[in-house]
Design a protein around this ligand. Sequence first.
Ligand code: PMP
Length: 403
Amino acid sequence: MTSIDWAKVRADFPILAQQVNGKPLLYLDNAASSQKPRAVISALVNYYERDNANVHRGLHELSSRATDAFEGARAKVARYLGAESAEEIIFTRGTTEGINLVAATWGAANLKAGDVILLTEMEHHSNLVPWQILAEKTGAKLCFVPVADDGALAFEPALLDGVKLFAFVHVSNSLGTINPAADLCRAARAVGAVTLVDGAQSAGHMPVNVREIGCDFYAFSGHKICAPTGIGALYGRRELLEKMPPWHGGGEMIVSVTYERATYKQPPHKFEAGTPNIAGAVGLGAAIDYIEGIGRQNIFDHDAGLTARAVQHLAEIPGVRVLGPAKRGALAAFHAEWAHPHDLTTFANEHGLALRGGHHCTQPLMRKLKMPGTTRASFYFYNTADEVDRMAEILRAAHRFFA
Ligand code: PMP
């Protein structure tokens, strides 16, 4: 039993108290982006009303306040992920940028023709396309851990033969599968492979500790964990970051510059050229405080209850098949044989219900599953059991309408 007052938590999210198409908004598209509590919105307003200035280079009061707020947020991210120090945290625009950074820097410096990059068949395009681009440039080869019929990974250590980098999603945004990140990283380490975990769907939904996982890189997006869009973070193990070449060049990342060349700062600043998203980082820090106030295990348990309830409802609707394994993250993606996902999500929207229909940025997986796409309901801690029941009611009405 937890002592969280979930109704009070929900009241922290002003956006949820509105009508859409004459019905109370039922927001179940949290895997795409989460809503923001007042604490995060206020942190942004306060920052812009009191502290706004550029960071790191001003010797005036506002600049040092902005710098403290920005670097304070970095320290919060480090604690949140269980990193050894704030120097291991690079601010990015989100998961996609974090993965691209690793591909463009670590990848370009360490991979050559014939090297193997191991991915899985359930990767989001953002953990696939950057490696395709890198493979094209270096001649490295992409291999894939298959997805079994139940939606789990069919991993075996032999797949790691000759692998230099193993990049995989922690929680699948298409299937809900929770991959055994620590086991996968342990196996990779045993063959000397570097690991990257796509944490887009895990960072805000469960306790995450990069040292317990044992990964070399972990990327996530702020907007999926109650923070603003345009901010995220990449964790990188210090030893690797120190050896990696920079990515973008410009201000903030240099020690000294001549017309011919430049010397670079230590990580993380080496990887943060130009004026960063200061307000976004402040918002991310506020989101982390907010989430830690509730507790990530409490969030996981709450979401798991909602998801199990949704899966049970869905299984009772004729012609509906839920994808993915029983043990899942906070989402239920399903195929309804009587309606295309786009028609179904349009129907849902007319009832105030926000679902997502489509390929969920996993086109190769959809092709493998022989589906044009799926419909996905995804949950967060401000959703309620009543909302899950209302979703089921709307989907039963959709069945009557389409079938
Ligand atoms: N990976 C996964 C598993 C995701 O769900 C998403 C977002 N849908 C991303 C990566 C990309 O995140 P972003 O667009 O915030 O960079």
